[in-house]
Write a protein that binds this ligand. Structure first.
Ligand SMILES: *[C@@H]1O[C@H](CO)[C@@H](O)[C@H](O)[C@H]1NC(C)=O
Length: 423
């Protein structure tokens, strides 16, 4: 009966949905949002490749074969492309055969028949950039999901894709003999500042355990392009202030892992999809963990308490591994002892409205002491303390690098963990 009653309403509801959707899409106040569910056990596996589309040339096919093999082994959920999808000058239009010759006919392995969340690189902007964003390509190959900037919510982690090409001044002021397709982007200042505002808001509102930002250009790189100054100046401060764990990019045709010296951020370059071997090495002031000046790709395995990254060469051999744990619970007691000098006596999980994020966050652990209530948000790195006596204690008792983010009243303080408190 309910089904029969609902059916006449269905077209109307669909229309309302469509109108709401268009309204949301036309507003420039929010990053477009996509969702990709994690596996039933809450984990996520994926591959990252960049700088690839050369119709199989320069070992693109060899890298693709190894991606297929590792993709199968890790049972990947999706692939991320960090841009420079089609060389030398992007696509000429939606009917450019390079789309199939460099993508569909190359990444043929069964494990790679998953969504490809894709960004534009500077070479893509030298062709018909708008074509790569067109749903017409999805009709040719349904894996293709290419947008300028967007938020991919994959439950255990959120990925923030940032269109970095428009940041770079020289493409605007000194394009040499290249033509950049700035339709929908110019003027630069307005585009970049609106994008940074949207990104900051999305990062701040994110309740995700892990926050990963993906761009085409590197923030830090030891290869030929080096650091991207515009991103160091404009993007890096946002990553720092919002507790971003990883910045992932392509652009330099190599594999790199660099650790920031003054924040927990790791810089990961996966730009080895085809042509490589530039033969350039320019060290910078951050800590270089790994550099491979050749072809390859990267994998990521993400769980609630742990992220694991691996880099592979053109033959699929592992060159470098790195992992990071974020287990709140074991060290929580230590933190509380440091804060209030007393051992916690109990805890539990329940949903809580967060005044700072303006939304309900999921699991929170509450530790009841006889005087203090300490609420720890387990889905991000924030700690809320409710007590009238905590502020002086916070000043003296908080470990270094922690800071008070928000003080609603003398009874509610939101504190951010310092980077080294939770191992
Ligand atoms: C392709 O990879 C092989 C190793 O498998 C290497 O010897 C060769 O130089 C690579 N070719 C290019 C063009 O990079």
């Amino acid at each position: 009966m309910a089904g029969g009653a609902a059916s006449p309403l269905a077209p109307l509801l669909a229309l309302v949905g469509l109108v709401l959707c268009c309204f949301a899409a036309s507003s420039d106040a929010e990053l477009p949002r996509l969702a990709h569910p994690a596996k039933p056990d809450g984990s996520l596996s994926l591959l990252v490749v960049g700088d690839w589309g050369r119709k199989g040339g320069y070992n693109q096919t060899d890298v693709a074969v190894q991606m297929g093999r590792i993709g199968e082994e890790l049972d990947i959920d999706f692939v991320i492309s960090t841009g420079d999808n089609f060389y030398d000058n992007g696509l000429t239009g939606v009917d450019d055969k390079a789309f199939e010759d460099s993508f569909t006919k190359i990444y043929t392995a069964k494990s790679l028949q998953k969504p490809w969340y894709t960004l534009l690189g500077n070479h893509d902007y030298r062709g018909d950039a708008v074509a790569q964003l067109s749903p017409a390509l999805r009709a040719i190959d349904r894996r293709w999901i290419c947008m300028r900037s967007f938020l991919l919510d994959a439950e255990v982690a959120q990925f923030f894709f940032v269109d970095t090409t428009p940041f770079v001044h020289s493409y605007w002021t000194n394009p040499e003999d290249h033509h950049y397709d700035w339709r929908g982007v110019a003027p630069r200042e307005r585009y970049v500042s609106a994008l940074l505002k949207e990104l900051d808001a999305a990062l701040r509102a994110s309740p995700a355990r892990w926050k990963f930002v993906v761009g085409h250009h590197g923030i830090r790189s030891v290869s030929i392009h080096g650091d991207t100054k515009e991103l160091v100046d404009l993007l890096l401060p946002l990553l720092r202030s919002n507790g971003v764990d990883l910045y992932i990019n392509g652009h330099d045709h190599c594999l790199e892992h660099i650790s920031s010296n003054d924040s927990p951020i790791q810089f990961l370059t996966s730009g080895g999809g085809s042509k490589a071997w530039r033969g350039v090495f320019i060290p910078n002031s951050d800590k270089l963990q790994f550099f491979h000046d050749g072809q390859g790709f990267m994998s990521m395995q993400v769980r609630e308490g742990r992220v694991e990254v691996a880099f592979y060469d053109v033959r699929g051999g592992v060159l470098h591994r790195w992992s990071s744990a974020k287990e709140l619970h074991p060290s929580l007691s230590d933190l509380i002892v440091k804060l209030v000098g007393a051992t916690p006596v109990g805890g539990g999980f329940f949903p809580l409205f967060s005044p700072m994020w303006g939304l309900w966050t999921s699991a929170m652990l509450v530790v009841m002491l006889h005087v203090y209530t300490i609420i720890v948000c387990t889905s991000s790195d924030h700690l809320v303390c409710c007590t009238s006596e905590l502020p002086p204690l916070l000043q003296s008792g908080l470990p270094q690098q922690s800071s008070v983010l928000f003080q609603a009243s003398s009874r509610l303080v939101l504190v951010r963990y310092g980077p080294n408190i939770i191992p």
